[in-house]
Write a protein that binds this ligand. Sequence first.
Ligand SMILES: [Ca+2]
Ligand SMILES: [Ca+2]
Length: 705
Amino acid sequence: MTRSLKNILTALLLGGLCLSVRGVSAERSLAPLQVVAPFLYPPYPGPASQESIFDHSTPNYTFDNRIVGFTGDEARKTCPSPAPPGIPPPQAGVCNAGAGAYWSYSLGSWMYYDGHDGIDYGISYRPVYAAADADQIVYAGWWDPQNHKINLGIYVRLHHSNGYNTYYGHMSSVAVQSCFTPGCTFVPHGEMLGISGTTGNSSGPHLHLLVRNPSNKSVDPYGWQGSGTDPWVNNQRESLWVAYPSLVSSAGKIYPSGPALDYPRTPPTGLIVDDGSPGFDETPAECWNDIAAGSAQGGVMRFSKPRTTAPSCTARWNFLPGSSTGTYAVYVRIPAIRATTEGAIYTIRHAGESDQVVVNQAVFPNIYYVTDGWVYVGKYNFSGAGDEYIELTNRTQDETATIADLYVGVDAVRFVLQGLITPTPIVTLTPTHTPTVTLTPSQTRTPTTTFTPSRTPTPTVTRTPTPSRTPTITRTPTATFTPSRTRTPTFTITPSRTRTPTRTPTITRTPTFTRTPTATRTPTRTRTSTPTITPSRTRTSTPTRTPTRTPTVTRTPTATRTRIPTATPTYKLIKVYFVNKFRYTNDIPPFEVNGVRWARSNMLPQSALNEYFKGPGSTERFSYGWIALYNGFTGYSKLEIRDGVAHVFLTGTCTPDGRDFTIANLITLNLKQFPEIQFVKVYDENGTTQDPNGVSDSIPACLQP
Ligand SMILES: [Ca+2]
Ligand SMILES: [Ca+2]
């Protein structure tokens, strides 16, 4: 008895001693070892909304029912009792918003989300920049070409000379290639890596930035500012940012914000090789189908069914003999129709090298950044020695389950001269037995110089993106495909979105980034479907065919037509009215609430409607408890504005719910924010409304309580 008690005491003592020793040694070793010089710059131009934060309490996709931010702010799934100081949750005693989001009393807001190992920046289909000088591109492409809904989707991983790695997840296209050894390339910070998106385990466009330290542990680049000990033992205390990314506020914002980076400069037109023009080859002859498309270069494009087996159809845009040699930025044009493959593989054959990039054609063009369909795919040396071209085949990286419904689109390619050929870094390996081995250029990559690409220096804007949490199973990309040059002579607009209910998503999270060949997925959680409205993109071929002649090779500066003399659209902030669910449910008016969105200044009323039918963003939904009311309607077919009266024709099936506050009120609120609209008449799916002619508001009879 005494003996066993003694043993226990000894064990306890030793245990305590061990713990304290470990604590001390950990502190001692952490302090000097973990100090790292700041090396990160903002990974995108313009501002982003702050979405999910790095969870310092188990940032490895396991749920420990607790979220801790870098400030030490904390949220727990179960409300603490007694309640801590601060602001209680909107609904007493409910601290769990689902999907790993919990209430933080100290922040007075929801925190996102349990187990998150990176930071989600809300940027919609916008350029992604290298956050730091990199000496190797470790990976660039689909996480799993056969499963587009898991993990980071299309992503880029960079290695930095200090041993850190940065990952850029959920992208739509990449403009860089991997190489094998540190030192095989040089990518300066600010270099464009591709375009953001919502591929992989993601439910809305955003950038997932993941930073891993030299021990391959995920860390918070913002460091740790909490008063106590950082619960994440692998994290460093210091911020890794040289300059903070620019953030616009959303609920629970904890990260500091810095000035926004510029967008890439607008490049000159360069040399255009269009399908059908000299310099374009297809093999076998006529294997692609031709089709007229207003959004295509020259009004014509080609397409084919994609396949995952050996290609049966190849398109080539040749680098024309006689062109200046040097480094060129390359752009590929994606028309708004018949270009829906999620994994178009472009091969860039140049100066004896073969590089490849992947582009999710389905999300281009869109209203956010690539409005004209020209997607930047990187910079490459062209030696003029012949046999240099851009190639696209009908072999793609699509999922077999969906490939039958997709098309590979083939249109034009653009070469924009950047300057002299940039030297390739020499990677020297340590000698083995014979003299020093210098790797051949096949292992080196053209170092990209400074910044270039793409167009529009306008601050494109983000709609509140939904962070990667509820992966929607629906394959509807969230991009609106407003054909970039649709003329709207009247105010009659066909909405580019229709609402489709999302199916109940099943989430599978791979806890680490190690790629396991077996399908071990832990943990599998079924998430209840939140009433997310994923608008599906209806691609409409623009009937307005631009009567442009098919321009043959265009050269600068003897430029023929500069496409789109850049009617750079200006953007304005508009309000989008939704409903406060709590007030609505408990019948406490006013019910309406409003968020803001950026919209093109030439289509503000329709943007307000489009945004309404998209529904509240994730922050609005989860943090603020906002909902939209639809009463069975799914969208609208027409919006006409005449003499101060807006006529909105809804689609769907009118489903009254007995309340007198309906979708009609919301549509009216959304439209009346614009001074040119004094009255709003809402029509049902049969095109009827109670008072179609009078100078008054009007709702359909079916919504009359
Ligand atoms: Ca946690
Ligand atoms: Ca064309």
